[in-house]
Design a protein around this ligand. Structure first.
Ligand SMILES: Nc1ncnc2c1ncn2[C@@H]1O[C@H](COP(=O)(O)OP(=O)(O)OP(=O)(O)O)[C@@H](O)[C@H]1O
Ligand SMILES: [Mg+2]
Length: 268
C-alpha cells in the first residue's frame, strides 16, 4: 500500500517541484520503488520536466479529466515501468469552481483527491504530490490525501516563512477536517549560488519542528538543475552524478524516516 507524501511550503519558488520530481526519480532508479507522481499544480512544471526527460511531447489526459470523471486511472501516464505520472495542465485552475459545483460540503470538497486515490494506492510504494504554493483547494486536497508531508525549508535566509505558515495550517486542517498527516521531515534547500546552510535558520527549524525532524542531508544549490530544465534529467557525466547524489542522499534519509514511522505506527 502506497505511502503518500506531499511537498509542503506556502512560499513560492522554494524548490518544492524540483524536490518532488527528483525524489520520485531517485526512489525509482536508486531504491527500486514503484512511484506515482501527481502534479497538482496547474503550472504543470513537474509534468513538463518528466515529459521532457521521457521525450513525451504531448500530455493527453491530465488530472482534471480524472477529477471530472471520478476516475484517475485513465489519466496515469506510464513514463517508465516503475515511474508513473498524473500530469496537470492549465485547465486544472478551474478545480475550485468544479469542486463547489460538485459537492455541497467543505469536507467533501477537500477530500476528493483522497477518495480518488483509494483504488490506486495498492499499485504503488510511494505517491508523491507536488502542489502550488497557495493555501487553496489544491493544497487542501493534497493535505487530506497525504500520509506525510516533507516540509521544504528555504535555508539560506533568516526566515522560516512559508514553513511556519504550513505547520499552523496543518493544525487547522487537523482540527477542522480531521486531516491525519504526519511531518516526515524538514528538508533544507539552498537556492542561492554559493550559499551555505544558514545555521541559525536550521537551529530555529529544529526548535520549531524538533531536532530529529530536520533532515541531516540538505539540497544545495545545483546549477545542473537548470540544464535539466532544458534537456530533461540526464545521467551522463560527473556533474549529473553529483546532482543526483544530493537527491539520492536526501531520498534515502526520507525513506528511512518513513519506514521508521510506519514501524512505530504498527505498535501503537
Ligand atoms: N537545488 C537547487 N539549485 C538551484 N536551483 C534550484 C534548486 N532547486 C530549485 N531550483 C530553481 O529554483 C526555481 C524554483 O524551483 P521550483 O520550481 O522547484 O520551486 P517551487 O517551490 O516548486 O516553486 P512554485 O512555488 O512556483 O511551485 C526553479 O527555477 C528551479 O530550477
Ligand atoms: Mg512548484
Amino acid at each position: 500500500m502506497a505511502k503518500t507524501i506531499v511537498m509542503g511550503n506556502f512560499k513560492g519558488g522554494v524548490g518544492k517541484t524540483k524536490v518532488s520530481v527528483m525524489t520520485a526519480w531517485e526512489m525509482v532508479h536508486q531504491f527500486g520503488k514503484k512511484v506515482l507522481l501527481i502534479d497538482m499544480d496547474p503550472q504543470g512544471n513537474a509534468s513538463t520536466l518528466i515529459a521532457r526527460t521521457a521525450g513525451i511531447t504531448e500530455l493527453q489526459n491530465t488530472i482534471f479529466t480524472g477529477f471530472q470523471t471520478g476516475d484517475l486511472k485513465n489519466t496515469i501516464l506510464e513514463v517508465e515501468e516503475n515511474l508513473h505520472l498524473i500530469p496537470a495542465s492549465l485547465t486544472f485552475k478551474n478545480l475550485p469552481k468544479f469542486l463547489y459545483s460538485k459537492f455541497e460540503t467543505e469536507i467533501e470538497q477537500v477530500s476528493y483527491l483522497k477518495q480518488l486515490l483509494e483504488p490506486i494506492k495498492e499499485d504503488y510504494d510511494y505517491i508523491l504530490i507536488d502542489v502550488p504554493p497557495t493555501i487553496s483547494d489544491f493544497s487542501d486536497n493534497a493535505m487530506m490525501a497525504a500520509d506525510y508531508v516533507l516540509i521544504i525549508l528555504q535555508a539560506q535566509e533568516l526566515s522560516l516563512e512559508g514553513s511556519e505558515t504550513y505547520v499552523s495550517y496543518l493544525q487547522f486542517m487537523a482540527d477542522n477536517y480531521d486531516a491525519d498527516i504526519q511531518v516526515a521531515g524538514v528538508l533544507p534547500v539552498l537556492l542561492r549560488p554559493g550559499s551555505r546552510v544558514d545555521e541559525s535558520t536550521v537551529e530555529r527549524a529544529k526548535e520549531l519542528f524538533g531536532d530529529d525532524n530536520v533532515l541531516q542531508h540538505f539540497i544545495k544549490h545545483l546549477e545542473r538543475l537548470k540544464a535539466w530544465d532544458v534537456t530533461g534529467i540526464t545521467d551522463k557525466d560527473q556533474h549529473d552524478r553529483k546532482a543526483h547524489q544530493v537527491f539520492i542522499d536526501a531520498t534515502e534519509e526520507l525513506i528511512k524516516k518513513i519506514e521508521h514511522f510506519e514501524e512505530a505506527g504498527k505498535y501503537e
